[in-house]
Design a protein around this ligand. Structure first.
Ligand code: G1P
Length: 301
């Protein structure tokens, strides 16, 4: 069986990134040359997904516009001899089918995923949060490993995790792993807690914005009551699966693979610097510029 359906929730208000997100979605903020969500889509394509459902909300039209073919722009670039720029629009020709549905009220990530019930049908599907990039320039193959592990383990949910500093556990879903790992990279998830205080966190393993679910997540989501922040949490639905005796497996991101969380300015700035410094065209000059800048700063200070 191949897993080719993916759900991309992009409905959040992005309040932690105001004023940049006042009239544009955080998923459209540029990181280097591309908007965040383009990296997410490219990662999904690279990992064999074909049908993508975006769960959108207020003010998210520009995401749909971004993935529409831009016939007028293409004609203009041809007519004015700017053929080199056409390459920048190649992503529009990806072999992908886009679907959009709107979450009308901010009722949480769990409620957003529930909007995918008809789209997913009885097939397993991935959830890729639209504000997180995996790997520099989204070169991650983690979702392919997750698909394999999902099928091998015959589980109800498979979740990607990354180790975060203790001070950051309060920002994420945190796993309580079984003591005996399944192998070097994966483990059975015994419990999952949404945004715990540091002294309540069972580990430092944080949900890293990628999941694969069987259809059994939907009844769990229907049963999930509002949790942290008064919202229907996806984490709480996974917890219900575990309590109902279902197998939930976690897989760690490889050491070399960073997760860029474009949910706050600190990590957004880091992601931008990282992607720009290693841009294949502009990177080298920019690294030189940055070194000079830091040097001058040091001398002044
Ligand atoms: C959501 C999830 C959280 C997860 C995080 C990953 O939180 O609720 O469990 O760790 O995404 O980015 P949010 O960032 O939407 O507050």
């Amino acid at each position: 069986m191949s897993i080719t359906n993916a759900v991309v929730p992009v409905a959040g208000l992005g309040t932690r990134l105001l004023p940049a997100t006042k009239s544009q979605p955080k998923e459209m903020l540029p990181v280097g040359k591309r908007p965040v969500v383009q990296y997410v889509v490219e990662e999904l394509e690279r990992n064999g997904f074909k049908r993508l459902l975006f769960i959108t909300g207020t003010n998210k039209d520009s995401i749909e516009n971004h993935f529409d073919p831009s016939h007028d722009l293409i004609r203009y670039l041809r007519e004015t001899g700017k053929e080199d720029l056409l390459a920048e629009l190649e992503f529009e020709r990806a072999d992908l089918h886009f679907f959009y549905t709107r979450q009308k009220m901010q009722r949480g990530l769990g409620d957003a995923v529930l909007h995918a019930e008809e789209f997913a049908g009885h097939q397993p599907f991935a959830v890729a949060l639209g504000d997180s990039i995996l790997g520099r320039h989204a070169n991650s193959k983690t979702l392919s490993r997750m698909k394999e592990a999902f099928l091998d383990n015959n589980c109800a949910a498979l979740v990607a995790f990354e180790e975060v500093p203790a001070a950051e556990v309060k920002n994420y879903g945190i796993a309580a792993p079984e003591k005996e790992p399944l192998d070097g990279q994966s483990f059975v998830v015994r419990d999952l807690i949404e945004k715990p205080a540091p002294d309540e966190a069972p580990s430092r393993l944080a949900v890293a914005a990628r999941y694969i679910f069987s259809e059994r997540i939907f009844p769990a989501l229907h049963e999930t009551k509002p949790g942290k922040g008064g919202e229907i949490q996806l984490t709480d639905a996974i917890r219900l699966l575990i309590r109902g005796g279902e197998k939930v497996v976690g897989i760690k991101l490889p050491d070399a693979e960073q997760r860029y969380d474009i949910g706050n300015f600190e990590s957004y700035f880091q992601a931008f610097i990282d992607f720009a410094l290693f841009d294949p065209v502009y990177g080298e000059k920019l690294r030189q510029y940055t070194q000079e800048l830091l040097q001058a700063h040091k001398q002044q200070g």
